[in-house]
Write a protein that binds this ligand. Structure first.
Ligand SMILES: NC(=O)c1ccc[n+]([C@@H]2O[C@H](COP(=O)([O-])OP(=O)(O)OC[C@H]3O[C@@H](n4cnc5c(N)ncnc54)[C@H](OP(=O)(O)O)[C@@H]3O)[C@@H](O)[C@H]2O)c1
Length: 219
């Protein structure tokens, strides 16, 4: 299962992009969004950057959420609006950017701490797409909570949206080609480790560092 690496990208870039690219491409299929607005949590993360770019490419008004200076990468990936979650009121900023209506979809890889806010950001008949639980499991769904705005909730599993090697290879190639034109979609590197220091790589992951942690077998 090989995909050619375009000129200008390293093996490391490619390793950081492949699964994230597949995930973003599958997520972009979940809800009809052309001409509508969507919120992307973790928009400066590996999946988030590519999802922002994929949605923007499909004509979606993308609002990306990140922390601190990372909002610059979210704008560079194609978001119309970026929110710094460490300093801004997220519901207020989303309302201001959508004329008070809210968004048609929220993409949320965080889980426990963001679930309630994500529901608040939706316009009537919008959809919350949870695709990860980085900060703890999402709560059990209370149907009554979905009633005021008739919203939908789904839990994304990639294998039901992207199937077979040819589709995998095509979507990974698309992500790699995109990265050659828009390097902002490539996640930053939090740290690099040789295989004999792999325990340190796991320690860095446990420390909640931002960015990818490549382990280089031949270093
Ligand atoms: N369902 C599937 O098929 C599938 C497939 C692949 C990956 N995934 C999931 O996708 C998720 C994202 O992966 P990734 O590689 O993009 O991760 P990542 O690069 O670590 O990005 C996640 C970002 O979320 C933000 N974040 C962390 N804690 C947060 C919190 N408490 N509140 C708000 N934002 C927070 C951070 O950015 P800021 O600090 O800048 O906000 C972080 O960079 C993971 O949960 C992974 O398991 C799911």
């Amino acid at each position: 299962m090989l995909v050619p690496i375009p000129d200008g990208l390293s093996f490391e870039d490619t390793a950081c992009l492949a699964v994230a690219g597949l995930t973003a491409a599958g997520l972009a299929r979940v809800w009809p969004l052309k001409g509508r607005a969507a919120v992307v949590w973790g928009a400066a993360g590996a999946v988030g950057r590519l999802l922002v770019a994929a949605l923007a490419d499909h004509g979606v008004n993308v609002i990306g959420i990140a922390s601190g200076k990372r909002v610059d990468a979210v704008r560079a990936a194609g978001a119309n609006h970026a929110i710094d979650r460490t300093t801004e009121d997220i519901p207020e900023s989303v309302r201001a950017h959508t004329g008070g209506r809210g968004v048609a979809a929220v993409f949320d890889p965080i889980g426990a701490p963001t679930y309630e806010v994500s529901l608040q950001l939706l316009a009537p008949r919008g959809c919350l797409i949870n695709y990860g639980e980085l900060s703890g499991p999402v709560p059990a769904i209370n149907l009554h909570q979905l009633f005021p705005a008739s919203v939908f909730v789904t839990k994304y599993k990639g294998m039901h949206w992207v199937e077979g090697f040819h589709e995998f290879a095509g979507l990974i190639s698309d992500a790699l080609t995109l990265a050659t034109k828009c390097p902002a979609v490539i996640s930053e590197i939090a740290g690099r480790f040789s295989l004999d220091h792999v325990a340190d790589a796991y320690r860095l992951l446990d420390s909640d560092a931002r960015g990818k942690v490549p382990v280089l077998p031949n270093a």
